[in-house]
Design a protein around this ligand. Sequence first.
Ligand code: ADP
Length: 486
Amino acid sequence: AITELDLLDAVPAGLFINGQWLPATDGKTFDVEDPATGKVLMAIADASPEDGKAALDAAATAQEAWAKFTPRGRGEILRRAFELLTERAEQFALLMTLEMGKPLAEARGEVTYAAEFLRWFSEEAVRVSGRYSVSPDGKSRLLVAKKPVGPCLLITPWNFPLAMATRKVAPAVAAGCTMVLKPARLTPLTSMLFTALMQEAGLPAGVLNVIPSSSAGATTGPLIKDTRLRKLSFTGSTEVGRRLLSDASETVLRTSMELGGNAPFIVFEDADVDAAVTGAMLAKLRNMGEACTAANRFIVHSSVADEFTAKFAARMAAMTPARGTELESTIGPLIDEKSRDKVHGLVTEAVAAGASIVIGGTPVDGPGYFYQPTILKNVREGSRILSEEIFGPVAPITTFTSEDQAVRLANSTEYGLVAYVFTTDLNRGLRMGERLETGMLGLNAGVVSNAAAPFGGIKQSGLGREGGVEGIEEYLYTQYIGIADP
Ligand code: ADP
């Protein structure tokens, strides 16, 4: 087994530009903390705007040769990366647990999920193709080709430090795009170790450049306005995404936006309640509730609400908050004090407005940013906790009596990422697919994430899709060549 210290020693602490690990030009570093203890794990280089520019210089210079690299060759690099990551799963899992807090078992799950993007896109790299056709009037030929969009800026969040990186890097590699990756300030270490792995897998210098930074806006802002950049792929909050979209409008930059969610979790009167509770545990407590796909509002038919709530509470009561490295840990800390304060603020406000606490409702004493798994019932319609992303282990329950009412409640949000529906009536399940305004639907399932599926939202949850056959399209543009009748 690897020790924490040996592991941290293996993490590169520099910026990665044009195939080299470098200190920041101004020599600055920033600290990365363990949210379970509040202690500093290590310091890493803090990219300045100048470093950001150097990273884009490298990506822009490498683009032409990289686009000509064979598709098979790009696929094989991804396949080797998949194999290396799978071999080193324990190392990556432990590193994520240390910097992000999730229990080791969940971190291992994320490594598997993250590796699947490398494998999936290693297979997609050789499947990019176009078409040749005769125009309707027979007077010309239409040749349609797909080409890499060019240098991409990839901005990732802290909640899934590895999977959010592979979900962007793998399709960009497969498509033949070069990249500047800006990992989240709170969890950059996993990206640094992953970058080293990509080099080992054979990625040429300049294709992937990585610039951790403590001031994201200052470092990436100038890149978004640089005409050499051709694509921005962002995962994070709707608030920041909106700002980046506005910046991107200046150069009409292509964007993919995976933003916030406010997932409804609907339990119908005909649901298998035990299956719904198992789904609820996953949809609510996976990643401590710190996921854009987390169930944010439980909308339960009044005839099964008591049974569902009691069983859900019993499962929550059995959870053990502890540092993710501890064997008994089933729920880790929240990412920082600010997040925990926000979660607790939403709970106290809902309670003040008349909701009652079934279980939990308070922060856990002691070091780290732990919060008790919490269920609230009788939550008033219009409460802030039902309209904002909670991003914590808190489940507000409301009830309904008709399908129309459930649909109205579920759709009454500006978000549209995912919904969860539990019913044993197949027609109702399909009908909900038609009626719910979301990019994804979990039907009797508490998790939908899959590298082979198109992940993404509608409304203010974002633009574009990641994963699936759709995922690589985000990194390709279409070129049409009109040819005279030969
Ligand atoms: P979250 O905190 O949920 O991850 P954020 O939207 O705050 O969501 O952050 C997502 C990513 O966007 C992080 O990598 C963060 O550093 C980055 N980010 C935050 N603000 C900006 C900004 N103004 N410009 C560019 N990137 C930003």
